[in-house]
Design a protein around this ligand. Sequence first.
Ligand code: AMP
Length: 115
Amino acid sequence: MATVFEKIIAGELPANILHRDDRVVAFTDIRPAAPTHVLVVPTKVIETVDDIGDEDEALVGHMIIVARDLARRLGIASDGYRLIFNCRTHGGQEVYHLHLHLLGGRVLGPLVQRG
Ligand code: AMP
């Protein structure tokens, strides 16, 4: 079963695409948790962070570089931002296609609730 992100990559589902190259697609999160909330998604199907292979090292680095450039382009770099990978159930992952969240545009508060 194709995930929603595979459908967006294939152009079968609409998305506000901010960047596309031969390895990743970046688009606005449909339920933004911050004024800027972008997802950087590899076109290669990798379900979770735990499924990243050693051969994917350059791809994962590229995802971070794309997020860095988008943060600059979207005007949130100087104030700062957060990059998040959620992995499986305890990490709060909803879509099982690797993605990097880029969040910013306000003070984001603590990373996780304590206790
Ligand atoms: P995660 O919890 O890390 O798996 O994050 C999945 C993210 O995908 C959530 O923030 C959702 O709001 C977002 N999302 C789900 N469906 C779509 C969609 N069709 N377009 C854009 N973002 C989506």
